[in-house]
Design a protein. Structure first.
Length: 415
């Protein structure tokens, strides 16, 4: 006889229970997985928005900070600005520049990553040491731009830093909402990015790189002439109505002869330590490369408290250097009519006849050069601003004791 197995009702119930438990666990696991996926998706999206806003803050700050340079400090006419430099107009220009770059970045980005006008805040202030070596990072005298309720318009010291904050608040008009959420309306969060862009002008030298020359010319200017002759000189350039731009120029002059340097206020300087006149015209046009300097590739440190003595000549001997003055004048004229006529000129205090003692740097626009009646090189220069990444700056407590430079800056994200 063959006996058939008899199904046990209890076993059936256990099997069904197990299947139900497994199905329930699977549903819970699926739900948890979906929630985790939504959380990860939302998190990645928020990180993307945050990074985009941080990048926009960096870009806008770097673009707008140079406008804080106040052209008023280049003007030396007595009584023109009895209250001194005024950065109010520079703040307005910084706001306009920031707004322009905000729009440009919006055009290049996707809709969810755009920054509205109300999402961006600008604040100016002063950072005494961007390196943080003499003190922790400090943002002094911060005030919103164009804030009529803020402190007086003329800061002391001159503001050198622009803080740009791009923020989209959950309760604002342009919130960042979760991509996936079970609420309606979807929840929003605060997302922001901020950047401090500082014009660092504690200049002690220059460090050209393999791909970028430093805009330094081999013509040093007498410190007393820059401080005295220029500030009492003419205002002839540019030739605009009514006259000039209220920025006075200086005529640079080499010596008339080996024995007559009565009105000379400039020398030709050789940065690699050897007198090689063949390098001068190239340096005027292209600037200094690392090969134009000693093996360390640096020009500096150079300050009043740490001067640098270099070979120099004040009179161009027509026998030793035939045609050099004409070549130098042609090179300076080429710079004057170029798209960027701005150059850095070293300052010197003493000239011994073979060595010049450099004590600092200034920036000036070249307006032209000629050979005067005495057969010597003369040139016209006008102070300007230069921002260049090969500028070598230091902390205030550097052994060379750098002083703030009105004319030359390095732009950097400082915090």
């Amino acid at each position: 006889m063959i006996r058939l197995p008899i199904a046990c009702p209890r076993r059936k119930r256990r099997t069904a229970l197990r299947r139900g438990v497994v199905a329930c666990l699977m549903m819970w696991l699926l739900l948890v997985s979906l929630l985790m996926a939504a959380w990860v998706w939302n998190w990645n999206y928020l990180v993307l928005v945050n990074r985009s806003m941080q990048q926009k803050s960096d870009i806008i700050a770097l673009a707008a900070a140079p406008v804080l340079l106040d052209e008023d400090i280049l003007r030396d006419f007595p009584g023109l600005l009895p209250l001194g430099p005024d950065q109010t107009d520079d703040f307005a220009e910084a706001v306009a520049t920031a707004e322009s770059y905000r729009l440009q970045n919006n055009h290049a980005g996707s809709q969810p990553l755009r920054v509205d006008s109300g999402d961006m805040r600008l604040t100016s202030g002063y950072v005494p040491d961007v390196t943080g070596q003499s003190a922790p990072f400090r943002f002094e005298d911060p005030r919103p731009l164009l804030d009529p309720a803020g402190p007086p318009a003329t800061p002391n010291p001159q503001h050198n830093t622009l803080y740009v904050e791009c923020r989209r608040l959950a309760g604002g008009s342009h919130p960042v909402r979760y991509l996936i959420d079970n609420c309606s309306p979807r929840r929003a969060v605060d997302v922001l990015g901020g950047a401090f862009a500082t014009l660092d002008n504690l200049v002690i030298g220059f460090r050209p790189t393999a791909t970028a020359n430093s805009p330094v010319v081999p013509i040093a200017i007498l410190t007393d002439a820059w401080a005295g002759e220029r500030t009492t000189g003419p205002d002839d350039y540019p030739d605009v109505v009514p006259v000039g731009n209220h920025i006075r120029e200086l005529q640079l002059r080499l010596a008339k002869s080996a024995t007559d340097a009565t009105d000379a206020n400039a020398v030709l300087t050789f940065y690699d330590g050897t007198i090689n006149a063949g390098q001068l015209t190239g340096q005027i046009i292209a600037g200094l490369c690392a090969g134009d300097l000693p093996p360390n590739g640096c020009l500096g440190p150079v300050t009043v408290t740490a001067p640098l003595s270099l070979p120099a000549i004040q009179w161009v001997n027509p026998v030793s250097y035939p045609g050099l003055n004409s070549d130098l004048a042609a090179a300076l004229d080429a710079v004057a009519i170029s798209t960027n006529p701005r150059r850095v000129f070293p300052l010197y205090e003493d000239f011994s006849g073979t060595q010049a003692q450099l004590v600092g740097f200034v920036a000036a626009t070249v307006h032209g050069a000629e050979i005067d009646a005495d057969g010597r090189l003369t040139a016209i220069v006008e102070p300007c601003f230069i921002i260049h990444h090969t500028t070598w700056t230091a902390a205030p407590n550097h052994p060379s004791i750098p002083a703030r430079n009105v004319y030359i800056h390095k732009l950097r994200l400082s915090h």
